[in-house]
Write a protein that binds this ligand. Structure first.
Ligand SMILES: Cc1cc2nc3c(=O)[nH]c(=O)nc-3n(C[C@H](O)[C@H](O)[C@H](O)COP(=O)(O)OP(=O)(O)OC[C@H]3O[C@@H](n4cnc5c(N)ncnc54)[C@H](O)[C@@H]3O)c2cc1C
Length: 415
């Protein structure tokens, strides 16, 4: 019998156990399918991630919120300003009718919670140290070629009915599929580090636009916040090697004194800033998810939040297939997934890209000041903007509505 026609190793094989791939594997734990997750393992990441209200609901619906909540810092207000000019916008949680605008967590805490859940699910296997090196599709499924640090026990490939490429911005599987990606290089890097503040942060996230790039301070504790400062590449490289005291002075000069004296506390990480958009996120029985499909500038803190909404759509559609006894990815369900995600992706990518450029375009200062001041005085517009940032816009999948996949569909709230 043809080897390809025999039982596959997995129903769904996820290449990449980062935030997006691991979240999908957790959600698919609701099915009875065998799920494999390949994760080569990378350096620890102390980056803060601002989770939108939509993402918090997904974590709650997956029963994972309790695991991360003790370390979550709620965002109650977002304060937007521009350096050297008047005009401020304050987006408040109470404007939206919700208790918080979002929550700040550490990337590694989120990842730890997701991996711990995977380890607890009998039918989901996290193959630590394993990486995908290529793939080929045939009439029965997909063959993924693999390698592993500690050896693969003689396996050079794994077979699956459906493959999800969640292997990051430099996705090997996207390359192997020949899917082109449009890349915009912002010529900037983000400097990320922890700051101690003389004044209490009180749940306020700051977004300050400077002529060289946006500077964000996310609350990380009573007197602690995370800096995400986008700077031109050469400047970021120089600042990253400055002694902590001099970097602190530079941050203070750009941010001002709203939080009193700022002190750099901890190592500085650097991230190159590019926008990447794959031409499509579905090819045959392969889906691109998260950074593999799109990477956004961090200015609006949308990358993972968007990826999680897409994960929620994919999980919902696949869960429906499992309940109907259909194989994963059959009957045009992946095309349906692509269609459901299209508007959200377009809206979020455009919004993020516009923000990244708007405040570094010379000559628009007075106009921007007037726009910020006007927005601050227009509650309906502020509310709309806040809901966009929170990911609660248009039709949302069940998990984003906070409803577990297994729950009776009649309980589905109407948005
Ligand atoms: C400075 C900065 C701040 C950010 N802040 C926010 C924020 O506040 N809010 C927000 O929503 N988003 C934010 N983002 C975006 C967020 O980090 C990404 O959207 C998110 O990490 C995407 O997760 P991912 O799993 O798709 O990709 P990745 O995190 O890149 O994970 C990919 C995974 O695939 C694995 N892998 C790589 N190659 C292979 C292979 N060949 N085979 C198998 N596995 C492989 C890797 O080891 C990794 O675990 C920020 C980004 C940056 C740069």
């Amino acid at each position: 019998m043809d080897a390809a026609a025999t039982d596959p190793d997995y129903d769904v094989l996820v290449a990449g156990g980062g935030l997006a791939g691991a979240a999908l594997a957790c959600a698919l734990g609701a099915t009875g399918w065998r799920i494999g997750v390949l994760e080569p393992g990378g350096a620890g990441d102390r980056r803060a991630i601002a989770l939108s209200a939509s993402s918090e609901r997904v974590f709650r619906a997956l029963g994972l919120w309790e695991a991360v909540a003790p370390r979550a810092v709620p965002i109650r207000m977002v304060h937007v300003s521009q350096q050297g000019r008047f005009g401020v916008v304050r987006l408040r949680a109470e404007d939206t009718g919700l208790p918080t605008l979002g929550q700040v967590l550490h990337h590694e805490d989120l990842l730890h919670a997701l991996h711990a859940r995977i380890d607890a699910l009998a039918q989901v296997s996290l193959l630590r140290g394993w990486r995908a090196t290529g793939l080929a599709e045939d009439a029965h499924g997909v063959t993924v070629t693999v390698s592993a640090h500690g050896g693969t026990g003689g396996r050079d490939h794994l077979r699956a009915r459906l493959v999800v490429a969640a292997d990051g911005a430099r996705s090997v599987l996207r390359e192997a599929l020949g899917i082109p990606a449009q890349v915009t290089d912002y010529g900037q890097q983000a400097l990320v580090c922890t700051l101690e503040t003389a004044r209490e942060t009180r749940g306020v996230a700051y977004e300050r636009f400077t002529p060289d790039g946006p500077l964000a301070l996310l609350p990380a504790g009573a007197r602690q916040c995370t800096l995400i400062w986008s700077r031109p590449e050469a400047d970021a490289a120089r600042l990253a090697t400055e002694p902590a005291e001099r970097l602190g002075v530079a941050v203070q000069a750009a941010f001002g004194h709203r939080l009193g004296r700022l002190r750099v506390a901890g190592p500085v990480q650097r991230f190159a800033l590019r926008m990447l958009r794959a031409e499509r996120n579905v090819a045959g029985r392969v889906v691109l998810l998260g950074n593999a499909a799109h990477t956004l500038h961090p200015v609006a803190a949308q990358g993972f939040n968007l990826a999680l909404r897409e994960t929620a759509w994919l999980a919902e559609l696949l869960y429906g297939q499992w309940r109907a006894g259909a194989p994963p990815g059959a009957h045009g369900i992946l095309e349906q997934f692509a269609r459901r995600c299209a508007a959200d992706l377009e809206r979020t990518a455009r919004f993020t890209d516009a923000l990244a450029r708007l405040f570094t375009t010379p000559g628009l200062g007075p106009l921007r000041s007037a726009a910020l001041a006007g927005l601050d005085l227009a509650p309906p517009l502020r509310r709309r903007l806040a809901r966009l940032g929170m990911g609660l816009y248009g039709a949302v999948p069940r998990l984003v509505a906070g409803v577990p996949l297994q729950e009776d569909e009649r309980c589905m709230p109407i948005w």
